[in-house]
Ligand binder design. Structure first.
Ligand SMILES: NC(=O)C1=CN([C@@H]2O[C@H](COP(=O)(O)OP(=O)(O)OC[C@H]3O[C@@H](n4cnc5c(N)ncnc54)[C@H](OP(=O)(O)O)[C@@H]3O)[C@@H](O)[C@H]2O)C=CC1
Ligand SMILES: O=C(O)[C@@H]1CCC=N1
Length: 279
């Protein structure tokens, strides 16, 4: 059971995952860790290497199933690259039994575009998770189309919550900015760890020591943020002695051309790219 679920994941029917790459794979790990019966999981991904296929089989997860052999899927989860949507949607459509919900994690691809490739009136949830879903520490922004019933939304919610926190949105237009903040966000944090290590080397540390210090600092700060009731601002102030070393660093990072405007530009670039991917 994950920190966010209230019991084993019991979807009431098979879950078909189309695209088991980095994000689809993270979602599947979250479902299995959340108690999903592996016999209810099926993976469609023609590019799966033989060892990955064998590993799924050992865990009891079906791969490359014929749609006729999956009785009434409860959900079809689409996790291919946005550029593959035209190829993958007809595959998804073949698994969409009446009553099934399609959950797409594709950046940029709108619910209208998805619905156009599915049987009339199909239920579509558009979601933007992130890779910490693999350890039940992800966060997802999601929006349900008008065709989605409360029961289908509850199933999508349970599937996404197996990976962590879920924020439901009323406005699909917000999902591009969600992508810019939290979908892509883990990459910014990993870059921070990389850049901090590089800066440590430039300040005179051996590379391996700088790498260990930077990694442990990002991990520790993240965990403190998780456990503390304080705001990020208060936690930052707690590190900052008057006229001390942190204040010297923050004078650089909080300058007019510092971290905040840089991150604003980065998130805007990701948000714009998400809108472009809509085509
Ligand atoms: N990575 C992330 O952090 C996040 C990604 N996303 C979204 O998730 C989606 C997947 O991204 P990501 O996991 O990074 O990409 P990956 O390339 O790692 O995964 C996509 C998988 O889909 C497979 N695939 C390609 N075509 C088909 C097809 N027709 N049918 C079934 N499977 C197919 C690919 O195989 P092959 O490699 O052989 O082409 C690959 O294994 C994207 O739409 C992205 O926007 C959303 C949130 C976060
Ligand atoms: O880079 C991307 O396009 C995907 C979407 C969010 C994270 N990865």
């Amino acid at each position: 059971m994950t920190a966010h679920s209230v019991g084993p994941l019991q979807p009431g029917g098979p879950i078909v995952l189309i695209g088991a790459g980095k994000m689809g794979g993270a979602l599947l790990e979250g479902w299995l860790a959340g108690g999903l019966d592996p016999a209810l999981a099926a993976v469609v991904d023609p590019g799966l290497p033989p060892d990955a296929k064998a590993a799924f089989k050992r865990r009891g997860v079906r791969t490359s199933p014929d749609p006729d052999t999956i009785a009434a899927p409860a959900a079809v989860v689409l996790a291919v690259k946005p550029q593959m949507v035209a190829e993958a949607l007809p595959v998804a459509a073949r698994f969409m039994a009446p009553g099934a919900v399609l959950v797409s994690v594709l950046a940029g691809v709108t619910a209208t575009r998805l619905a156009a490739g599915l049987p009339d009136g199909a239920a579509v949830v558009r979601a933007m998770p992130n890779t910490p879903d693999a350890i039940a520490r992800g966060v997802t922004g999601a929006v349900a189309a008008a065709t989605v019933t409360p029961a289908q939304k509850a199933l999508a919610d349970a599937l996404l919550k197996a990976g962590g926190q879920v924020e439901w949105l009323d406005d699909e237009g917000l999902i591009d900015a969600v992508t810019g903040v939290s979908g892509s966000g883990p990459a910014y944090v990993f870059l921070l760890a990389e850049a901090l290590a590089e800066a440590g080397v430039k300040a005179g540390l051996p590379a391996d020591l700088a790498g260990r210090l930077a990694r442990a600092t990002v991990e520790g700060a993240g965990e403190l943020l998780r456990r503390s009731p304080e705001t990020p601002e208060t936690l930052r102030r707690n590190v900052t002695s008057p006229n001390g070393t942190t204040a010297a660093a923050l004078a650089v990072l909080m300058a007019d051309d510092g971290f905040a405007p840089l991150l604003t530009r980065a998130v805007a670039a990701a948000t714009d790219r998400s809108r472009e991917l809509a085509g």
